[in-house]
Design a protein around this ligand. Sequence first.
Ligand SMILES: C[S@@+](CC[C@H](N)C(=O)[O-])C[C@H]1O[C@@H](n2cnc3c(N)ncnc32)[C@H](O)[C@@H]1O
Length: 274
Amino acid sequence: MTTPDYLFASTQAKPEYERLQLIEAVFDGQSQRRLLQTGLTGGWSCLEVGAGAGSITRWLAAIAGDSGQVTALDRDTRFLKGALPGSVQVIEGDICTEELPAASFDLIHARFVLIHIPTVEVALEQMVRLLKSGGWLVLEEPDFLAARPAGMTADLGGSITPETLTTAMTRVNQAILQTFVDRGIDPAVSLQLPQRLETLGLRVQTVDNHAPLVRGNSAMAQIMARSARQLATLYTATGKASPLDVEHYCQYAQNSHTWAIYHGIVGIQAQAHL
Ligand SMILES: C[S@@+](CC[C@H](N)C(=O)[O-])C[C@H]1O[C@@H](n2cnc3c(N)ncnc32)[C@H](O)[C@@H]1O
């Protein structure tokens, strides 16, 4: 079965590339720490699923070295072309259907990818099938149920009241949840991952769940404002938020006097049995 269109598939290249680079700037440090904790070293064979703009793939290739091998798989490789060392194998394909040899990777990583896949069980089965004995699966996925406004300086200046912006924030958060639900996706699928991986026979080694409370105009808030601008039509089509709500959500996210949780992040390190 093919996964339905990726939410951001029809967005314009430049803003989408910039959004992916912001994601990398915010989350790469934590991802790299999680990946290194597996024992990642030279000679490993690694698969980056949903490689996006490629920074983690480049980093994996530098560590795996000449004796290792890194594969970057993405349904949309337009931001990978020319961005990766020649040693990296780039595959344009869907993790649910791509035919890769079983038991071929020491490490598989996916960040913010499963949240876009309704048949998450198929994607997970495939990743588990691709792991070598003792190989590691590192997943990092959002929890959008954690999103909420958390207050602001009373006087923001201008004519829009704090209540208007907060209401818009709450409405757009509902629209984000509904956008996923309408596509058959659980917006908090990340919370199911530990039990799903155990059911598939992996040993879950660590799980953490982090919901950053961040200032407006921070990089994380900017990512969400950019997503909202790119997906405004989808959000308003849910009936949960109006175009003006989306505009106010973006104002909230871009104003450094506001605070909010935009989503949680669940990180998991799991290992195939030896
Ligand atoms: C939000 S971006 C995250 C990119 C990158 N993992 C990061 O965190 O910087 C999601 C990526 O997953 C890719 N993707 C979505 N569904 C996919 C699927 N079924 N198979 C492979 N890649 C997929 C998208 O094309 C996109 O590049």
